[in-house]
Design a protein around this ligand. Structure first.
Ligand SMILES: [Zn+2]
Length: 287
């Protein structure tokens, strides 16, 4: 009995510590999680194999620990609960709503990366997805307790009676009951101090968004979502073949370029395997 009470007290104290750690920070921290490697076909992005530095794509997820809360940005391609192995490097097939199959070489489980960084899924207070495609939503249900930051058009597409081809609705079905903040402005300042801002960047999906972080030492960083996949889309001016609106994507890219010029922020392309590999991974962090 005392052991159980002791355990409960310990869990409560550890939970409290994490909240205190976040509150005691003067500025936000960014943890980069490894989501594995995705087999890809550059022609779906109007690129050839010889034009790209790396054919496979990276998969990232990101934790932003801010004095006012903890935000998870994107939720991976394979849910921890559906992994065929806890080991990294194992290949797992994933079936999308349209019947297409994709192959992911697994990274470490997300819960393990959170834990080694000092956090539990229940510590996450806010969830935002760049968009609802399967390779960004896998673990979303584990964060249904958090406040979900989403646009109405995106939410409508996600819960449409006919699931969108690149989605896996079962991976985010629990969000239907989440407390949601419906974003209606071009920019949404998550914690109210200008350091964590969700920016509207539609085209790849109905309500696609990118995340701007103003970090004290690292400087400005924009997490791309899927505004780009390959860096060569940017340098060679190519668009994916499966946009909801190519015009909107082109316009979102122009607007983001102007923003990057104005602020001096760096663009981190989440699917850019070479760029992603060069980043420090959790439990190390950027601040
Ligand atoms: Zn993607």
């Amino acid at each position: 009995m005392w052991k159980i009470i002791g355990f409960v007290v310990l869990v409560a104290v550890v939970g409290c510590d994490r909240a205190n750690t976040a509150r005691s920070l003067a500025t936000p921290r960014l943890y980069v999680f490894e989501g594995g490697v995705l087999e890809s076909d550059p022609t779906r992005y109007r690129l050839s194999e010889v034009e790209v530095q790396s054919v496979p794509l990276s998969i990232g997820a990101y934790l932003i620990v801010h004095p006012q809360g903890i935000l998870l940005w994107d939720a991976g391609a394979v849910a921890d609960g559906e992994r065929i192995s806890r080991s990294s490097g194992v290949e797992q097939r994933v079936l999308r709503a349209d019947g297409q199959e994709r192959i992911v070489s697994l990274g470490p489980p997300l819960d393990e990366q959170l834990r080694t960084s000092g956090y539990a899924p229940t510590d996450v207070t806010h969830l935002a997805l760049s968009h609802y495609h399967w390779d960004h939503t896998a673990n979303a249900n584990a964060f249904a307790h958090a406040t979900w930051l989403v646009r109405q058009v995106e939410r409508d597409a996600m819960f449409h009676a006919e699931p969108r081809g690149a989605s896996r609705p079962a991976t985010y079905s629990a969000l239907q009951k989440s407390r949601a903040v419906i974003i209606t402005t071009e920019e949404h300042d998550v914690f109210g101090d200008g350091t964590v801002i969700i920016k509207h960047a539609p085209g790849h999906s109905e309500g696609h968004q990118v995340l701007y972080l103003k970090l004290a030492h690292t400087g400005g960083v924009v997490l791309s979502g899927d505004l780009y996949h390959y860096p060569e889309e940017r340098t060679l001016g190519r668009l994916p073949t499966f946009e909801v609106s190519e015009e909107q994507t082109a316009s979102s890219r122009r607007e983001l370029d102007a923003f990057l010029m104005r602020t001096g922020a760096k663009l981190w392309i989440q699917h850019d395997l070479v760029g992603h590999r060069a980043l420090r991974k959790a439990p190390e962090y950027y601040e």
